[in-house]
Design a protein around this ligand. Structure first.
Ligand code: HXC
Length: 297
């Protein structure tokens, strides 16, 4: 059950990148359920269209799917122009991300780019595409970027993600100051373990889960459970809502106090051997291969 009035976001227009699956979909649906017009971006057209139809059906709201790969700066600008042509966004959620676990010494320059081009470059380009239009039109705006608690701890075995997410946290703090006088807020949410297919298959692939039990229990989390998507959505609604206008420049963890208790997420992986990493790499690549074959852009 929602903790907010169903009309709380009436008149809002919010873009959620990576809004067709996982945490992005949960936040997008919650915005639509509270009266906002929602636009979702993602790489796989059919997946997005299906998610949008499902959300509209469930919420009675408006959800517009647009197949946009945020690794492509030109595509971002074109799509943003199209969105603003029918009225300015009021909010942007930078949720799209890529990540997989690997020993850092096994990563090629291309592997680093696969993550950084989405998380660092894609987030920057999307934010600027919205921000410059807000500034030019004299509109207010609110940016929420989804990061991780690794922005404070770093994270072994996910170095490109930790570096890129730390950059997004720095962007959040910087823009809160630079764009604050223009009525634009920037905040970030650092979710802990909220199970989703995209992240779990790449961060807890089956051979790893079997060997270590990682991802199967919540005994290291002080709250002794994983997060519910609705709990994350509540925070995402709160940060967009009227009445939240003085909150800017913050990175807010929502993780059952996990990071305070255990620091970085993957330190246990230092116990794995070369054969384990071979199996894990194959499992992740086969997931990536499956996803690529469904893409339309
Ligand atoms: C070493 C690997 C590898 C592995 C891929 N590569 N997997 N290297 N170990 N396990 C290398 C490849 O060999 C290649 O380099 C390069 O990375 C790119 O590989 P592709 O398969 O072409 O990648 P791509 O199709 O671009 O897909 C990668 C991806 C994908 C974009 C990162 O995982 C994806 O689409 N993810 C979206 C969903 C997702 O990941 N969500 C989770 C976000 S979780 P070479 O040199 O061979 O060409 C998150 C934080 C979670 O952000 C926090 C939880 C607490």
């Amino acid at each position: 059950m929602s903790m907010f009035r169903p009309d709380l976001l009436n008149g809002h227009k919010i873009l959620v990148t990576g809004g067709g699956t996982g945490l992005g979909k949960s936040m997008a649906e919650a915005y639509a359920a509270h009266g906002a017009e929602v636009v979702i971006w993602g790489r796989r057209g059919p997946v997005l269209a299906e998610a949008a139809a499902e959300m509209q059906e469930k919420t009675g709201g408006t959800v517009i799917p647009m197949a946009v790969d945020i690794r492509n700066a030109g595509a971002i600008d074109e799509a943003m122009e199209e969105i603003f042509a029918t009225g300015p966004l009021t909010g942007l959620v930078n949720n799209a991300a890529g990540n997989f676990i690997s020993r850092t010494e096994d990563l090629s320059a291309n592997a680093f780019n696969a993550i950084a081009s989405i998380v660092a470059h894609g987030t920057f380009n999307t934010t600027v595409a919205a921000g410059k239009r807000w500034i030019a039109g004299g509109h207010r705006g609110s940016i929420i970027s989804i990061v991780t608690t690794w922005v404070w701890t770093g994270s072994p075995f996910t170095v490109p993600s930790a570096m890129s997410k730390a950059g997004v946290a720095a962007m959040t703090q910087s823009l809160a100051v630079e764009w604050g006088p223009k009525g634009i807020r920037a905040n970030a949410i650092a979710p802990g373990p909220f199970p989703t297919k995209g992240a779990w298959e790449r961060l807890m692939p089956e051979p790893l889960a079997k060997k270590t039990g990682a991802g199967t229990g919540a005994s290291d989390i002080p709250m002794r459970r994983f997060g519910e998507h609705e709990e994350l959505a509540n925070l995402a609604i709160f940060l967009m809502a009227p009445g939240c206008d003085y909150l800017s420049g913050e990175v807010i963890a929502i993780d059952g106090a996990q990071w305070l208790a255990s620091g970085g997420n993957f330190h246990q992986l230092t116990k794995l051997d070369a054969e384990d990493w071979e199996m894990i790499g194959q499992a992740i690549r086969s997931t990536n291969q499956k996803d690529r074959s469904q893409r339309t852009t």
